[in-house]
Design a protein around this ligand. Structure first.
Ligand SMILES: Cc1ncc(COP(=O)(O)O)c(C=O)c1O
Length: 282
């Protein structure tokens, strides 16, 4: 397995903390620890007495419960917490894909969404958005790209970097294609919650399709990238078990302080998905 350098991350490594003005962030402005703790009475004292041993490798039960508020039909046992979305992408690709499998990825794409599969020896096809039509995707194109070896189709809505957001009808049609052909939809939903009009928000794919995998994170809509807390939600029990076992070889478990803080943040955004502090009126 050989991964090509992650071009965007190499660029950030060089400039992110030295440029006087950062104009290319992909996440909301962050906040101070004290402001987050102030959201919940008693949280500061509980944080100070937090136990710093290993944590539950699936994720803290309270955090997993808090994450379920982002879904309609997902329960805590179907949520696997990771260190950021990036670990979840890496682990999913390693578990779900083998050499010679075929993967289709919406393009352009955050590099790891295609690169990890490629490094495993999968054939990766791009499913390009149409720049002339606000980066719309053509389901007919996808159908003609599928082969009997297609294992996974990767989508990212709202899309980085174009902002493309399809309709719910599109989601249902994609879900039907997945049922007909048997591929897994890996749905990167790290920007879910940042729709300009909340009524445009799509259901999470894990709520729509039993084989689909929804990817979420605290970094983007919540502006808490430094917590490095992400997760996968799916109804697929076998995939879930394999992902949990694979994580023993990456991070094993998450940071206890980060899990505590992510739980507080999620509890105070609730079902309404109001953003904590993005300057968007609640
Ligand atoms: C589409 C997309 N997926 C996943 C990630 C990774 O998120 P994180 O850095 O929180 O792991 C990013 C980060 O920019 C992203 O843009």
């Amino acid at each position: 397995m050989r991964l090509d350098p992650f071009r965007l991350e190499r660029y950030f490594a060089k400039h992110e903390f030295s440029a006087p003005y950062l104009l290319c962030s992909s996440d909301c402005e962050s906040m101070e620890l004290g402001d987050l703790l102030a959201l919940e009475p008693g949280a500061s004292d509980r944080f100070a007495s937090l136990w710093l041993g290993y944590t539950d490798s699936l994720g803290d039960p309270e955090l997993r419960q808090a994450i379920t508020t982002q879904y309609e039909h997902i329960v805590a046992d179907q949520v696997l917490v990771h260190s950021g979305a990036e670990e979840a992408i890496y682990n999913f690709m390693n578990v779900a894909i083998g050499p010679g499998d075929h993967v289709v990825v919406q393009a352009p794409y955050y590099q790891s969404l295609g690169e990890v599969a490629r490094s495993i020896g999968a054939d990766v096809s791009e499913w390009p958005g149409d720049p002339g039509r606000a980066w719309e995707l053509d389901l007919g194109f996808l159908a003609s790209t599928l082969t009997p070896r297609t294992k996974v189709v990767v989508v990212n809505f709202p899309h980085n970097p174009t902002g493309f957001l399809p309709t719910s009808a599109f989601l249902r049609e994609l879900s039907q294609l997945s049922d007909q052909h048997g591929f897994i939809i890996f749905s990167d939903e790290v920007y879910r919650g940042l729709e300009l009009d909340p009524s445009d928000r799509l259901p999470a794919f894990a709520d729509v399709n039993d084989r689909a995998v929804s990817l979420g994170v605290m970094s983007k809509a919540y502006g808490l990238a430094g917590l490095r807390i992400g997760w996968i939600a799916t109804h697929d029990e076998r995939l879930f078990r394999e992902l949990a076992a694979f994580k023993d070889y990456t991070t094993i478990c998450n940071s206890a302080p980060s899990e505590f803080l992510a739980t507080i943040a999620l509890r105070h955004t609730g079902n309404s998905w109001r953003l904590l502090h993005c300057g968007i009126p609640v």
